[in-house]
Design a protein around this ligand. Structure first.
Ligand code: HEM
Length: 434
């Protein structure tokens, strides 16, 4: 990642590089970025059948008119007004996370931060998308965690530069094979669970009960679209899988990097704890209270700026196009790196500094802050992700303090989402004992 930033600062807002056998473009010029993201007819997501094999045919992998149609159907499920109903899912996962913090604090055990928050994020997304939590936080080995580990390996394998024959290699190599096998097993289980919800809806005794089942989570909202004749059962299944694929690792990364950022900036952490104590105090942290924590919002925003969970977004030209001064033949890969834009001193004062206060009273960023991308393919789950991150961190940070083990190599890397090269080891202790 650091090398990518270096090259961008050396070569400027538009540069190209060889990726295997093809030339690809990296664009961080704000006007050109707007052109790329706002014109999905000319620039759509990169065609990667090998990734669709791993995560299915859904919003994440569809292109063109099929994507537009599906997106229009799904948009209402993610409207900010639907969050209130789903806050209880994140609160329940946060409470389970507190129980794990407690055990780790009592035992003084050292643990990996990504795995720790991976369990929290998987509980939230599974509960919202499939109506069950798979006991992600308690079981040491479970179908869902195997699925995620194998999916990540399969995708990593498939994201290696395309050279002649890599497609065939990707399809038949072990990691992809294991990813497909895990996907099949997992889909079988998910099909069963989704079938149970469908039966529950059919057998609801009162209109109120039915309404509750159709609105309590993302799965319910997908079934509402099925009731309205806009989705089939198969699409409900595929889209639930999309939410898992897109919402698990990204949120885990965000939570992990925020904790590391706070450990590295004690003054920011102290100000955040002061706010949580002032706004929530001894009360139960409800979504209504957490929403009032402005500094928490700014801390999370600063983390997205410094460490966008998806540091580089890719597109492919759908026909021959002229982008600024450059002619791009059909099929050219175009990379837009939020991480480069977010760290450009032209747009951000002292970008290397962690300053959450830079977001005070600032809501309009004119393409300079794009962690959730922009335009017709931006992140449909962003409000959901904000709610989840705020609820989990408000619960955990009020009560527990994380400490990084000294001397760790915190080099950042990225395949699709960002991670620390060697993971991050931490300890946790009760804050009240401070
Ligand atoms: C920190 C958390 C998250 C980040 C940073 C993030 C980031 C992104 C980005 C950058 C894209 C656009 C990719 C592109 O333009 O090609 C995207 C798309 C998407 N995200 Fe998220 N995401 C997050 C959480 C979530 C969650 C929690 C969900 C679901 C509940 C979700 C569902 C999706 C879906 C379905 C898409 C595809 C949208 C489309 O193509 O129409 N994301 N996300």
């Amino acid at each position: 990642m650091e090398r990518f930033l270096e090259l961008s600062s050396l070569y400027g807002p538009v540069w190209k590089f060889w990726n295997g056998l093809s030339i690809e473009l990296v664009v961080s010029d704000l006007d050109l970025v707007g052109t790329i993201f706002n014109n999905t007819q000319d620039y759509d997501i990169t065609h990667r059948p090998e990734i669709a094999i791993v995560i299915g045919t859904n919003l994440v992998t569809m292109r063109g008119q099929a994507h537009k149609r599906e997106r229009k159907i799904l948009n209402p499920a993610f409207h900010i007004s639907k969050l209130q109903c789903m806050a209880s899912i994140a609160i329940s996962a946060a409470v389970n996370t507190l129980a794990r913090c407690n055990r780790l604090a009592e035992s003084g055990q050292i643990f990996h931060l990504a795995q720790f928050f991976g369990r929290t994020a998987s509980e939230v997304i599974c509960q919202a998308s499939f109506g069950v939590d798979f006991e992600c936080q308690e079981k040491s080995g479970s179908a869902i965690l195997d699925f995620m580990a194998n999916t990540a390996n399969g995708i990593e394998n498939n994201r290696k530069p395309l050279t002649m024959g890599t497609f065939i290699y990707n399809i038949f190599s072990g990691a992809t094979y294991r990813a497909i096998k895990a996907l099949r097993q997992f889909q079988k289980e998910v099909r069963r669970l989704i079938g149970l919800r469908e039966a529950e809806i059919k057998n609801a005794k009162t209109p109120e009960e039915k309404q509750e089942l159709l609105s309590k989570d993302l799965l319910g909202l997908l079934f509402l679209k099925k009731e309205e004749g806009e989705l089939t059962f198969e699409q409900v299944l595929q889209e639930s899988m999309a939410f898992l694929a897109a919402g698990y690792e990204t949120t885990t990364t965000w939570l992990q990097f925020t904790i590391v950022m706070l450990c590295q900036h004690p003054k920011v952490e102290a100000q955040l704890i002061e706010e949580l104590d002032r706004v929530i105090g001894e009360r139960t942290p409800t979504w209504e209270l957490i929403k009032q924590c402005n500094y928490l919002h700014n801390v999370l925003q600063e983390c997205l700026r410094m460490h966008p969970p998806i540091p580089v977004v890719d597109r492919q030209t759908m026909r021959d196009v002229q982008l600024g001064k450059v002619h791009l033949p059909k099929g050219t890969g175009v990379f837009v790196p939020p991480i480069v834009i977010h760290n450009n001193p032209k747009f951000w004062d002292e970008p290397e500094m962690c300053k959450p206060e830079r977001f005070e009273n600032k809501t309009n960023f004119h393409n300079t802050l794009i962690p959730f991308s922009m335009g017709g393919r931006n992140c449909i789950g962003q409000h959901f992700a904000w709610m989840e991150a705020k609820i989990v961190l408000a619960h955990v940070l009020r009560e527990y303090k994380f400490t990084l083990l000294p001397g760790q190599d915190l080099t950042r890397k990225s395949i699709v989402s960002m991670y620390f090269k060697d993971g991050v080891k931490v300890k946790v202790e009760h804050r009240k004992g401070e």
